[in-house]
Design a protein around this ligand. Structure first.
Ligand code: HEM
Ligand SMILES: *[C@@H]1O[C@H](CO)[C@@H](O)[C@H](O)[C@H]1NC(C)=O
Ligand SMILES: *[C@@H]1O[C@H](CO)[C@@H](O)[C@H](O)[C@H]1NC(C)=O
Length: 475
């Protein structure tokens, strides 16, 4: 062989060996948390996303906790990640928002959910301002004054139509559509029902792409997600454009509010930002509530005694009403104690959002280890929610565990996150789930036709759907 070729092979071998070595042993000004970085590039991505069917938390996490302890390192979708299953450290992360840790869901997430140009708006005072704008829609005041009655009407109508059609309803899809119909009107006065399900189609591909390898090749989840985003963004952008170019008219929706804000001096809002925000919000509404209601119905189906108690609570509310045809009032809503217990329990066991991600802004020291600046940190709420020292007999669906104030879970309950990033849609979601349950147990019985299996990857999937038939109760 030519000496020059041998030399080249030697160089390449040394280079690759060095690269693999530094992949396995990332640079750190201290001691890294224990763990394995897996194989080059792929890391432990495949193991992390491998599906499991139990309600318990991911075997990936469980095995590594046993081996390495409550904080360990790994590598996912090409990124070094430290996983935290330590509740004290989780709370520290929430408190240090914007100081040691920043909001960061991998670059693919940012590109599908947001747009690169608007990334700074996810942080700092702009973040606070945008939160306040969203709360104009999802905060208690608007829920009480407007949304309660609109949700009530829409949910009642929807359940009625399902029951009269005797159709097999694929619950997650059907609820997602119901929520989408309501919120697309509130956000952009868009009538999804009349516009042949355009938004819904574009959302179908997005979920799978949020945390994926950034491969822009047709067929990859990332590529499909970007295509879905493009379609939805075009639709929203057109509505915004029409509104800005037609004579002023009051729509009373979220877009009106944003356009008003945009007229102010020193506004930070741009058309791009508004479109991105509306897109992200529609997605948040669409996905989270449908998964939560489906999980709740699944748990209820398996626990008739809970349905019985729930029915009692809601029948009682109807009996107390002076006018039998009146609508749910805010006071009635606030009195539905057992229902809140059911919802808490269903979210605790169901864990619709199974991971929360951040990026370190500086080296972070924890338990004698150092997490280098720029690494991802992952909080795993299910580990805490299913910890027997925090919730006795954790895998059992038992709403009664929430009875009384002594059981207040405090910082051990993170279904809606914590700190400065606490979910802005939490109250909206709880109201919608409650209204659904109210009409469900007072007027209907249901029969499971098919499906109901839960798969976690680790986000919740219903691989064969959850087909339900709603039947009107005979009184
Ligand atoms: C049961 C349903 C829901 C669950 C379990 C849920 C869960 C969460 C969690 C865990 C976070 C924290 C994320 C983090 O810290 O990185 C969060 C944040 C957020 N949620 Fe929700 N969510 C739900 C419903 C909704 C709805 C209906 C909306 C619609 C507006 C929404 C909008 C948001 C937004 C905008 C944030 C980011 C807040 C910020 O960064 O300040 N969520 N949610
Ligand atoms: C939302 O903003 C509009 C316009 O600024 C205001 O009139 C309305 O009172 C606000 N609503 C809530 C619930 O904050
Ligand atoms: C449900 O969880 C929330 C949030 O931790 C808590 O404040 C509330 O008291 C719980 N509800 C019940 C009925 O226990």
């Amino acid at each position: 062989m030519e000496p020059i070729l041998l030399f080249a092979i030697a160089i390449i071998t040394i280079y690759i060996t060095h690269w693999v070595y530094s992949w396995r042993n990332p640079k750190c000004n201290g001691k890294l948390p224990p763990g394995s970085m897996g194989i080059p590039l792929l890391g432990e991505t495949l193991q992390f996303f491998s599906p499991f069917t139990s309600n318990d938390f991911s075997p990936f996490i469980k095995h590594r906790m046993e081996r390495y302890g409550s904080i360990f390192r790994t590598s996912l979708v090409g990124r070094p990640v430290v996983v935290s299953t330590d509740q004290e450290f989780n709370n520290f992360i929430f408190q240090q928002e914007g100081k040691l840790f920043e909001f960061w869901y991998m670059d693919t997430f940012t590109e599908v959910m947001w747009n690169k140009k608007s990334v700074p708006s996810l942080q700092g005072y702009i973040h606070k301002y945008i939160r306040s704008l969203i709360l104009n829609l999802t905060g208690p005041q608007n829920l009480k004054e407007k949304l309660l009655s609109e949700m009530d009407q829409a949910t009642m109508k929807q359940l009625q139509s399902w029951s009269t059609q005797h159709a097999n309803v694929d619950l997650k899809e059907a609820v997602a559509t119901m929520v989408l119909n309501l919120v697309s009107k509130k956000l952009i006065s868009y009538d999804e029902e009349k516009c042949s399900k355009k938004l819904r189609e574009s959302f179908a591909d997005i979920m799978g792409s949020l945390i994926s390898f950034p491969l822009k090749i047709p067929g990859t989840p990332y590529y499909n997600g970007l295509q879905g985003r493009k379609k939805a963004i075009t639709l929203i952008r057109n509505i915004l454009y029409q509104r800005r170019t037609s004579p002023p008219k009051h729509h009373g929706d979220f877009l009106d509010l944003m356009l008003e804000e945009m007229k102010k001096d020193n506004t930070i809002l741009t058309e791009d930002l508004i479109v991105s925000l509306i897109f992200a919000l529609i997605f948040a509404f669409y996905e989270t509530i449908s998964v939560s209601i489906t999980l709740t119905m699944k748990f209820l189906t398996d626990h008739p005694s809970v349905v019985e108690e729930l029915t009692k609570e809601h029948e009682m509310i109807l009996q107390k009403r002076e006018n039998k045809n009146s609508r749910i009032t805010w006071e009635e809503y606030k009195s539905m104690t057992f229902t809140t217990m059911v919802i808490n329990e269903s979210l605790r066991l169901g864990n619709p959002i199974p991971l929360i991600l951040r990026k370190t802004m500086a080296d972070v020291h924890i338990n004698g280890y150092t997490i280098p600046a720029g690494w991802a940190v992952m909080i795993c709420p299910p580990v805490t929610h299913l910890d027997p020292t925090k919730f006795a007999d954790p895998l059992t669906f038992n709403p009664w565990r929430w009875k009384g104030t002594e059981s207040n879970p405090g910082k051990n309950f993170m279904v809606f996150g914590g700190g400065a990033r606490f979910c802005v849609g939490a109250e909206f979601a709880k109201l919608q789930i409650t209204i659904f349950l109210h009409h469900l147990v007072t007027k209907y019985r249901w029969k499971v036709i098919k499906g109901g299996d839960i798969l976690r990857e680790p986000n919740v999937k219903f691989p064969n759907g959850f087909q339900v038939q709603f039947l009107e109760k005979h009184k």
